[in-house]
Design a protein around this ligand. Structure first.
Ligand code: ZN
Length: 120
């Protein structure tokens, strides 16, 4: 996906990959019991980031992170989709443009039970 975006002259910065339960819980606390804005509804174990199957990106334009260019996000989302990834920009609830994942059809419950993605 990163390579395909490069070909389309879109420079992506990966802002998040794996998060352990502790850092997920700290993120969940933000805006609730610690300062800052609420950024997630997932506690430790409830985010695909905790299972190493998700990552977040932001496009860099002229050296700056472009969080709010919806046209650009649609292009990135399309490239992610065609790379076989699920894009959180397509979600009905908690739409999240920076978030991509590959779960191999597994659910959070599956990961919580110890199942792992098998890539043939
Ligand atoms: Zn994410």
């Amino acid at each position: 996906m990163i390579e395909e975006c490069k070909k389309a002259e879109i420079d992506l910065l990966i802002t998040s990959t794996y998060r352990d339960f502790e850092s997920q819980n700290a993120l969940y606390a933000q805006g609730r019991t610690t300062p800052g804005k609420i950024v997630t509804n997932a506690k430790g174990g409830q985010s695909y980031h905790n299972w190493r199957v998700a990552f977040d990106v932001v496009p860099i334009v002229n050296g700056k992170a472009m969080w709010n260019d919806s046209v650009l996000w649609q292009k990135i989302g399309a490239i992610g989709r065609s790379s076989g990834l699920e894009w959180a920009g397509d979600w009905k609830k908690f739409k999240e443009f920076p978030h991509f994942q590959f779960t191999g059809g597994l659910t959070l419950a599956d990961f919580q039970q110890g199942k792992q993605v098998v890539i043939a």
